[in-house]
Every structure is written in C-alpha cells, then in structure tokens.
Design a protein around this ligand. Structure first.
Ligand SMILES: Cc1ncc(C[n+]2csc(CCOP(=O)(O)OP(=O)(O)O)c2C)c(N)n1
Length: 317
C-alpha cells in the first residue's frame, strides 16, 4: 500500500507515544506511585498501535490486562488514563480499578479476568449487528488466554452468527512464566480458527504496517457481512509478566534477540532511510510527548481521591 508521509509520521508518533507511556508507567510503578500491579506492553507496541489505528472513531476496542497504551491510541484522554493509574476520581473507572480496568465509550474495557474479553467483544458485536451499525469490535487477547473455554464458545457463536468482531492475538509467547510450547497444543493460535470456520492470518507483530494492513483487511471483511476474523501477531513481551518478575524462566539470549527486533527502532530506521523523518524531528516529537505525559501526571496527582459514597456507584449489585 502507498501511504502519505503525513500518515507514516502519524504512525511513528503513535508508536512513540505507546512506548513512552508504557515506559513511564513502569518508572512510576517502581517509585511506588502506581498502586496494584503493572503488566507492561513494552515490545508489543506495533501490534497494539497498528490494530488501533485501523479502527474508526465509532468502532469498539477491548484489551486485556497488558495494553494500557492501546487505550490512549484509541482515544481515551491521557489525563483520565493517569487518573486511573493513580486511583483518582476522574479516571474512567473513578478510582475503582487502577491500571487494568480502564473503561470508556471508546473502549469496552480492559479485562483483567482472563477470557472475559471474548464474551464481551462478541456480545458487543452482536449488538452492532442487531442495531444495523456499520462498525466492528477489535478484541486484543493473549496467546495463553486462547486456552480458556470462553475463547472457543465465543468464536463458535461469532462465526455462526457472522458477527463483526476481529480477534487480534498479541502472541508474546508467554502466559506468566510458561512458554506457549508448554501450555498450548497448537503451534499457532491462528490454527484454532479453522475449527470455527473463521478466516485467520499470521502477521509479524513487530511490524506496524503488517498489523495495520491486516486489521484493515479484517475490518473490510467483517463489514461486508462475512463475520469474524482472527489475526495472530507474533511478538514478544520484553518485560516480565508483571513488574517485579525476574524472568528466571527464560534466557537473557532470548531477550536480547527480541530486543534487537524493537518495533519502534525498526519503523524509525525505515522512515529515516526513506527521508520521511529526521533525527531532529524525532527529538522534537519526543519532547512534545514528554510534555503531554508530564502534564497528565500533574493533573492526576492533583485529582481527588474517590469519596466514600462513590464506592457503590457504577456497579451492578
Ligand atoms: C480467569 C483467570 N485465570 C487466571 C488468571 C491469572 N492470569 C493473569 S494473566 C495470565 C496469563 C495470560 O497470558 P496471555 O493470555 O498469554 O497474556 P499475556 O499476559 O502474555 O499478555 C493468567 C493465568 C486471570 N487473570 N484470570
């Protein structure tokens, strides 16, 4: 596909935003400023950003516990994201869910319960179909989560009812400390799609262009009434399952091998070689992002803690 320089620059800026946000969250966590747990998405940004950029404003997106950055790219205000991270009142979950339960109209929410994403995304796609809306749901999920029953039940119904849902697996090869080869009976998550008559494609999850183009293809496919689509993006979780994990279950060689495949550096080099961006432009864009992030942190730090009477608001029972 041919892209304008403006669009490629926009993609790169979004990759930078994702990386800088993920790194900032890690830093704040280790300073004791983020309560709860942090599951960093460093290394997987091309998958999250490529998928989100393919979506329209009224398409839905859903993530797991890992992709805080995807929420920013999809359109949630950064001030709100930091309020969530700090457990403040003006966060999307009003101080009730910290880092892994960001939730708003643009995104259906992060699912900290492994497998929740499939049922919620499939249900949302059913409502889009019943309401005759020309939109899709993009559901990110981890490789290990495809071992849960909800994956199989949801894919079956989504296929049977031809629902406009795209299941995008960020296959980072690990479920906590277990390599996929020890937990999962198939070599590729995409292999599971044929059991439900679902079209699937494997992409390089560290290539933003591959993820973006395939997600666009999947959206066209779903909007033409063909039903769901599964994308498996092969990538790597550069940090531990959660902050504090020493990663004693894998080798430093393996980590270094993947560090060299950094999705941001890779796209940066491609654009630099083509003269689409320059080093001084990169510095300028980084400074702008630092400012936005620092201002959002300031906003959140000065935000109120939830009130006692907020405790039972926005919950079902
Ligand atoms: C129902 C349920 N069972 C177990 C857990 C604990 N748990 C949290 S993340 C995780 C592994 C997830 O692996 P994967 O789906 O590959 O996503 P990743 O963490 O690699 O992004 C597990 C078992 C949970 N959150 N929910």
């Amino acid at each position: 596909m041919n892209y304008s320089h403006d669009f490629l620059q926009k993609m790169y800026i979004n990759l930078l935003k994702a990386r800088m946000l993920e790194e900032k969250i890690v830093e704040l966590y280790h300073q004791g400023r983020v309560p709860g747990s942090v599951h960093s998405g460093v290394g997987e940004e091309a998958t999250f950003v490529g998928g989100c950029l393919a979506l329209g404003k009224n398409d839905y997106m859903m993530t797991t516990h890992r992709a805080v950055c995807a929420n920013w790219i999809k359109g949630i205000e950064i001030n709100k994201i930091f309020c969530d991270l700090f457990g403040k009142r003006e966060g999307t979950n009003h101080g009730k869910g910290a880092a892994i339960r960001i939730c708003s109209k643009e995104v259906l929410g992060m699912s900290g319960t492994q497998g929740g994403v499939f049922v919620i995304a499939t249900g949302a796609a059913l409502s889009l179909k019943l309401l005759n809306k020309k939109n899709v749901v993009l559901a990110f999920f981890g490789d290990d989560t495809s071992n849960r029953g909800t994956f199989h039940e949801s894919l079956n119904l989504a296929s049977l009812w031809k629902l406009p849902v795209i299941f995008l697996c960020d296959n980072n090869q690990y479920g906590i400390s277990i390599n996929m080869t020890k937990s999962t009976a198939v070599a590729n998550i995409a292999d599971r799609a044929s059991a439900y008559n679902i079209t699937a494609k494997i992409v390089d999850g560290n290539s933003i262009l591959e993820v973006y183009e395939t997600t666009k293809e999947a959206i066209d496919y779903a909007l033409s009434g063909n039903g769901p689509y599964l994308i498996e993006a092969k990538t790597y979780r550069c940090r531990g399952h959660m902050e504090g994990d020493q990663c004693s279950y894998r080798t430093r060689e393996e980590e270094n091998h993947w560090l060299k495949k950094c999705p941001i550096k890779r796209f940066e080099n491609e654009l630099l070689e083509k003269g689409i961006i320059t080093n001084s432009w990169i510095d300028m864009e980084k400074k702008k992002i630092v400012k936005v992030i620092e201002e959002a942190i300031g906003f959140a730090e000065n935000n109120e803690d939830p009130y006692e009477e907020d405790l039972f608001k926005d919950i079902y029972a």
